[in-house]
Ligand binder design. Structure first.
Ligand code: BGC
Length: 341
């Protein structure tokens, strides 16, 4: 396994490439600690990139829906951008209607991370989020380590420490199309080992209730095409034209698969492992017209964001996401790529 520094862009972003002997390559940049591309070998001998993005890493600085970035301090939603911790009410940046989404106006996806290690198929980056950033309490020191293995899996390991109690929920917002053509993911077959989803209101805020998936369009317990139960709505109506919902996962161990996705044409299969309790399944319902490496269309990519419970800071029934001063946050996710048999 190898790690190479490829280039520094005109705006100061560093691009690295991790490679293994099985022909897989993963490109990583320090802006938002993002994945720039994942090149996967296919049966035809070709290698295809399964991640959405831009021709130059500088493109990520422009408008885009968190393409392949590390999301923090708190991924997903915080109702009314507010929470109370240790008797103090915090008012965060409002960036999603009345709510707070994916860390705020300038979340971790918009920061230049410091590369602390780049060798042997791995790269580790860190970021110090100062006390009061986006109105969160405490200086939070965060790191993420990407490591490519010989079995064509890429692991993501997050760690964080703080000097004051603060909520933490980190994820990666990778946008996949396993055909590599970014036409439509409706034909991808997906399986998610979750028996329920977080019941959310029209503004996608969960309040504590869960909905068993049995008998609903959310049931992916056996493999099903993403489009199988969707109506062809454009623009989408949440819950009808596309998926944008959190699954409560059965397994909580990095050694057990929680989801798979299988491309229609390329035969590429992705298996997701995580020690996090939920997975946000999002089918790129708002990608229409976004200009990157190509003009991305509605549902041309999907995300499987492994994370803690959305809006957990406001829902006592959900497991706490508060990191105590002096404790260490740790989270692991692995995306493994293979071919359909
Ligand atoms: C959210 C979507 C949002 C997307 C891009 C996903 O994690 O659930 O509602 O549109 O991120 O911001």
């Amino acid at each position: 396994m190898q790690t190479k520094h490829i280039l520094t862009t005109p705006t100061g972003i560093d691009l690295y490439e991790l490679s293994n002997d099985s022909g897989m390559r993963v490109e990583v940049i320090n802006y938002g600690a993002r994945l720039n591309a994942i090149w996967v070998p296919t049966a035809s001998g070709q290698t295809i990139n399964v991640l959405a993005g831009f021709d130059s890493p500088d493109g990520f600085r422009g408008d885009n829906p968190y393409f392949n970035a590390v999301i923090g301090r708190v991924a997903n939603r915080i109702e009314r951008a507010s929470f109370t911790l240790d008797g103090i009410t915090y008012r965060l940046a409002v960036n999603d209607g009345k709510h707070h989404l994916h860390g705020g106006i300038e979340g971790f996806d918009r920061k230049l991370w410091r590369v602390v290690e780049a060798a042997d198929g791995a790269i580790e980056m860190c970021y110090l989020s100062p006390d009061g950033e986006e109105n969160y309490p405490g200086n939070l020191s965060v790191s993420v380590r990407y490591r490519l293995a010989e079995d064509n899996s890429i692991s993501l390991e997050y760690r964080a420490t703080t000097d004051r109690d603060t909520p933490v929920n980190l994820t990666n917002h990778a946008y996949f199309n396993l055909d590599g053509d970014f036409v439509s993911v409706r034909g991808h077959r997906v399986c998610i080992a979750g028996d329920s989803v977080l019941l959310s209101d029209e503004e996608l805020i969960p309040h504590g209730e869960v909905l068993p998936v049995a008998g609903t369009i959310y049931d992916f317990r056996t493999p099903k095409a993403i489009g199988a139960d969707l109506v062809p709505l454009d623009p989408p109506v949440v819950g009808k034209g596309g998926y944008d919902i959190s699954y409560v996962l059965r397994a909580h161990s990095i050694d057990e698969p929680v989801a798979t996705a299988e491309a229609e044409k390329s035969g590429v299969v992705m298996t997701v492992y995580t020690d996090r309790p939920t997975l946000q399944f999002y089918t790129g319902n708002f990608l229409e017209g976004l200009i990157g490496r190509r003009v991305y269309g509605y549902q041309s990519a999907f995300c499987m964001e492994t994370q803690d419970y959305s809006n957990a800071v406001n829902v006592p029934e959900f497991p706490s996401i508060v990191l105590k001063a002096g404790d260490t946050y740790s989270a692991k996710t692995r995306y493994q790529f293979g071919l359909k048999r």
